[in-house]
Write a protein that binds this ligand. Structure first.
Ligand SMILES: Nc1ncnc2c1ncn2[C@@H]1O[C@H](COP(=O)(O)OP(=O)(O)OP(=O)(O)O)[C@@H](O)[C@H]1O
Ligand SMILES: [Mg+2]
Length: 405
């Protein structure tokens, strides 16, 4: 499957694997306070770090691996992991195996590096250190790491915000300048048509001119609406209500939409009008992508706040998750990169603003959207919205949204 964006850590909580290290039998570390502490303390210290920690002995066997490490790497802990070769335990993460392998082979270790896990798409920031014993002999190495996915998402949203602000200002200026000449063309063509009632060919051409300028004007109006800043009108809202409203309002295809709402989904502080717009645009796309009678699945679920976040950056809050899934033709990898860009469309009559508006609605609510798709395998849009948005978003959003259709 192709993903435009990766998902967050799963909430399952693997058990930590205890450290069984030769250090327990060695002389305690030097220094007055270290001497006063039992080895048990250091074991707990390692296992309770909020970073992923992986310690490997010189012979390549796992000496310690904490719970966060399992969670971030997307692995399930097994009782027998301790003492097994790291390449076996980490075989689901070949990128990590490669990094560890080269760390064993080199004396120059990077201070801080990043890698992306292919399996989950998560970005990881890590540091590798060698472990030396009291005689300065190399006895192993440790990998400390954090999930950077959320930091990346926040950075990307900032970038998009800047891009849209610039693009918006430019588009608003152009649209404003084009609007008046377009209106003049329409008026003048109308006047001319009234003077040429005896020339049916000229009247037909003028009719076409009027029709085209009306269409161009409609696009200009749409662009202006699109870039206009709005103030969100938030209120406690059941997301399912917004979904039902949107489904009822669909011109056609409402019968194809199957809505599943999980138990215990809380109300959100959100703008009902904008959320309905979000559903309308996603459902319209799905219905346009599938054949007649084929289903579109909408699921609304709850993602509780992560008790012990393994990610760098602020912990993700409790969220409501919306998934819109179709079994249509899917989206190619190239197109998937561009679907959220304003005016990107593959449809003859499309404007290419539907998903840009969805994205702005999500952004204004401090949420995240990603799309998963591959040709022939359908498409899933997944939106996660925080139950309580950041106060800044209650004040003013720079990104306009507007009702469509
Ligand atoms: N569910 C889907 N299945 C396949 N392709 C999709 C789907 N949703 C979006 N796309 C692709 O993303 C493009 C952009 O979608 P978007 O809604 O922004 O614009 P549009 O549907 O083309 O035009 P409109 O402005 O009328 O919505 C579409 O043209 C299509 O190629
Ligand atoms: Mg659309």
């Amino acid at each position: 499957m192709l993903m435009s964006r990766s998902s967050r850590a799963s909430s399952s909580k693997p058990k930590a694997v205890a450290v069984r290290t030769p250090a327990a039998k060695r002389a305690p570390a030097s220094g007055p306070s270290a001497r006063a502490l039992p080895d048990r303390f250091f074991r707990h210290l390692v296992l309770n770090l909020r970073n992923g920690v992986l310690a490997i002995a010189r012979d390549g066997r796992i000496a310690a691996m904490n719970e966060v490490a399992y969670r971030v790497l997307g692995l399930t802990p097994n009782e027998g992991d301790l003492g097994r070769p790291y390449a076996e335990v980490l075989q689901g993460c070949p990128e990590v195996v490669r990094v560890l392998q080269s760390a064993f082979d080199t004396s120059e270790l990077p201070n801080r590096a990043e890698l992306r896990l292919r399996k989950t798409g998560r970005a990881i920031g890590y540091t590798i250190s060698k472990i030396f014993d009291d005689d300065q002999a190399e006895v192993g190495l440790t990998l400390f790491f954090k999930d950077l996915t959320r930091v990346e998402q926040l950075e990307e949203r900032e970038r998009l915000r800047d891009r849209l602000a610039t693009l918006g200002e430019m588009a608003a200026a152009i649209a404003h300048e084009v609007k008046n000449p377009l209106a003049s063309i329409e008026v003048m063509a109308g006047m001319l048509r009234r003077q040429l009632t005896d020339r049916p060919d000229a009247m037909e051409t003028l009719g076409d001119i009027i029709k085209e300028s009306k269409m161009a004007n409609a696009i200009v109006v749409e662009v202006l609406e699109f870039v206009r800043p709005i103030r969100l009108q938030v209120e406690p809202l059941e997301v399912a209500e917004a979904a039902r409203d949107a489904i009822q309002g669909l011109d056609h295809g409402a019968a194809q939409v199957r809505l599943q709402v999980d138990d215990g989904v809380p109300e959100l502080m959100a703008d009902p009008h904008q959320l309905r717009q979000l559903f309308t645009n996603l459902l319209t796309n799905a219905i346009e992508a599938i054949g007649p009678g084929e289903p579109v699945d909408v699921r609304i679920s709850y993602v509780a706040e992560e008790a012990e976040p393994a990610s760098a950056g602020p912990p993700p809050p409790a969220q409501v998750r919306i998934e819109v899934r179709d079994h249509g033709p899917g989206i190619s990898e190239d197109d998937l990169e561009r679907i959220f860009s304003p005016f990107f469309t593959t449809k003859p009559q499309g404007t290419g603003l539907g998903l840009s508006i969805v994205r702005k609605v999500v952004d204004a609510h401090d949420g995240i959207i990603d799309a998963t798709s591959a040709p022939g395998r359908g498409t899933t849009f997944r939106v996660t919205l925080p139950v309580v948005p950041a106060p800044a978003y209650l004040k003013e959003s720079n990104h306009g949204t507007h009702p469509r259709r």
